[in-house]
Design a protein around this ligand. Sequence first.
Ligand code: TXD
Length: 309
Amino acid sequence: MAKKKITVIGAGHVGATTAQLIAYKKLGHVTIIDVVDGLPQGKALDIMESAPLENFDSRVTGTNDYADTADSDIVVMTAGLARKPGMSREDLRDKNAEIVKSCSEQIIKYSPNCFMIVVTNPLDTMAWVAKKYTGLGKNRILGMAGVLDSTRFRSFIAMELGVSNEDVHATVLGLHGDDMVPMPRFSSVAGIPITELLPKDKIDELVSRARKGGGEIVSLLKTGSAYYAPASSVVNMVESIVLEKNRILPAAAFLEGEYGIDGLFMGVPVKLNWTGVEKVMEFKLTDEENTALQNSAQGVRDSMAQLSV
Ligand code: TXD
């Protein structure tokens, strides 16, 4: 099977780490594009020079010219500003909307049939901007947040119980922000719901840490935001598409009535394969869960209402 072409827009922390993981996992050829001259070229060459040791044959190239991204199968949008201590994701909205708009308009000219994964924050709102300016159908575009939020929740559960990460599953719905909706009822260790394994106050503590997981890293790093777990999360999604795995993953999908929510992107479980988003999985929520999800949707609406693009 011919290798897929995957373009990563933005050669910063998340973009470069994503490119590195795609090459190491042999998922396809990678093109990194950025506005800064030399940055994508330098990072791509550095990754290529690790090929003899990491044993991959993908080509990783860097460019400042969208013509080089032509015919990409998958595009990962990471261009934009990241948070610094004291900033919320919403503080990035206006500048990042301009950046996502301009990158979307350019990429789609050369790769009209791509599948796009949006990473730039504020995530749910930027996914909407990218959809608007690429014109991609709702089955061809997702925002990455749920995989990251749930992997954080999973890692905290595994640390708390001292069990293998492999055995821990967790579900997180809603927007990518402090109003995300971790779902303890659907989070389990080897199939046993965590509600059977941990007292309520401990679960509440882990839920709260997962909600604020991004901020915890920002306040430790001081110069930017998380990128190892975010890049792994993007690559988990890329893998499901390239390897046609049919995974059910939480991701920001464009909703048209699912969960009673219409016209915006928000985190829900989706079935993801080579055709793209095959479907949004719907399941019955308790009143409390539904209220939290509707609040989350309102947060996305409030953010979108302030968009200037
Ligand atoms: O869960 C999630 N979705 C997230 C989102 C997890 C982690 C990071 N998240 C967001 O991703 C973060 O809030 C930022 O909005 C993006 C990228 O984060 P990163 O940490 O990679 O930021 P960097 O290191 O500052 O890199 C951004 C790059 C940098 O190289 C810029 O030169 C480039 O984006 N950039 C552009 N590239 C192409 N085109 C344009 N117009 C452009 N503008 C900036």
